[in-house]
Design a protein around this ligand. Structure first.
Ligand code: NAD
Length: 353
């Protein structure tokens, strides 16, 4: 069965999806849409001579085509809700880029829409499929009962985007939603419980302070510590710094249980397993996923994301990363943004009301 794709939004991430889809058999990119002509040219360049998509400036025209089975939505975060309303008018399968939306009411609307939608709705939280993360997931029983999870991301500032949409909270949902939904998704995946209380401290201390767009200075934070308490007593912590370029690792993940600890660094090939009883550690090789044919910007995880999505479509199974996971990851980010604003802990049960 050949699947016909439509790509909505062909900036950085849309083109990353195109390059991944090029390496997958039985896939065609039938159409692309983007209001920006330069972005459309990037997409045509990315397609090379493999695909010859029809081009649209309006995504509604792409969605009106009956011959498209799957759409990829890779547009600025604040546009996701309107585009998803249009996708829900069709029966198409959709990969919606993270974060699902920028605010709670839009997120809840996408969750409800997904439940009624006949196509599959998949959220682009592909960090789950990075080989170091998959290796850690495969060995999780070695730590005993999970008690603590710490994720550190120390990296470069936000990149330039088309029309600079990522410089303002109103367009992104805030740094802890835009960027860190990936990490909150990993926390929700690795901890066998639900988050219930979020405390955060953060600020914009170094980045984008000398930039102005229509007279306005960007308002996105560039560093934060976020603590999350889970209902069953586990706790997680995110340590984010976005003025830390030049380091060896971008992410470090440490998962501790009552019997031992697993830790990994990305990019890297090592998983360390500490055993409390033996008072020792051993180094385990990361299991490489030999299905990966395109490394891209995310260590091959976007390629695996597409393979898994196609497998769910072909087998008629539920998406591995559904709208509930999309909402849960953005919910922690929104609560953390609110905790920074108010200086108070945020209880998710209250926040959801
Ligand atoms: N999963 C990941 O790891 C990852 C990485 C980067 C970006 N993203 C997400 O992908 C999305 C796009 O980010 P990007 O980095 O590609 O941004 P970008 O600015 O490079 O590209 C966005 C493109 O969307 C276009 N666009 C705007 N409105 C549109 C509409 N209605 N229809 C079609 N196109 C439209 C813009 O003209 C632009 O070309 C964002 O939601 C972002 O958070 C995800």
């Amino acid at each position: 069965m050949k699947l016909n794709y439509g790509i909505i939004g062909t900036g950085m991430m849309g083109c990353e999806h195109i390059r991944n889809l090029k390496k997958i058999p039985d896939v065609n990119i039938t159409a692309i849409s983007d209001p920006n002509e330069t972005s459309r040219e990037w997409a045509i360049y990315a397609c090379g001579d493999k695909f010859m998509p029809e081009q649209y400036s309006d995504h509604k025209k792409l969605l009106a085509r009956d011959d498209i089975d799957v759409v990829v939505v890779a547009t600025p975060n604040f546009t996701h809700i309107d585009i998803m309303r249009d996708v829900f008018e069709t029966e198409k399968h959709v990969l919606l880029e993270k974060p699902m939306c920028t605010n709670l009411s839009d997120g809840l609307e996408v969750l409800e829409g997904s439940k009624k939608h006949s196509g599959l709705v998949w959220i682009g939280l592909e960090y789950r499929f990075m080989p170091p993360v998959q290796s850690l997931i495969n060995k999780i029983d070695k730590v005993g009962k999970v008690k603590m999870l710490s994720i550190r991301e120390h990296r470069f500032p936000f990149l330039k985007k088309v029309d600079d949409w990522n410089r303002f909270n109103k367009n992104t949902g805030g740094t802890l939603v835009e960027k860190c939904c990936h990490f909150f998704d990993l926390m929700n995946l690795l901890i066998p419980s639900n988050p219930h209380k979020v405390y955060a401290s953060g600020n914009q201390d170094a980045n984008h302070l000398d930039e102005k767009y229509d007279g306005e200075v960007p308002d996105i934070i560039d560093n934060s510590f976020v603590l999350i308490d889970y209902e069953a007593g586990q706790r997680a912590m995110l340590d984010l710094c976005m003025f830390a370029e030049g380091g060896k690792y971008e992410q470090e993940i440490v998962l501790t249980g009552d019997k031992g600890k697993l830790e990994t660094k990305i990019p890297g090939n090592e998983l360390l397993l500490t055993n409390r009883k033996e008072n020792s550690f051993k180094s385990l090789e990361i299991e490489q996923d030999n299905r990966i044919k395109e490394i891209g910007f995310h260590h091959g995880s976007s390629f695996i994301e597409h393979l898994e999505l196609i497998n769910c479509i072909k087998t008629g199974t539920e998406p591995l990363v559904d709208s509930k996971a999309g909402l849960d990851s953005m919910l922690v980010g929104l609560a953390a943004q609110e905790s920074i604003r108010s200086g108070q802990p945020v209880f998710l049960e209250e926040f959801l009301k």
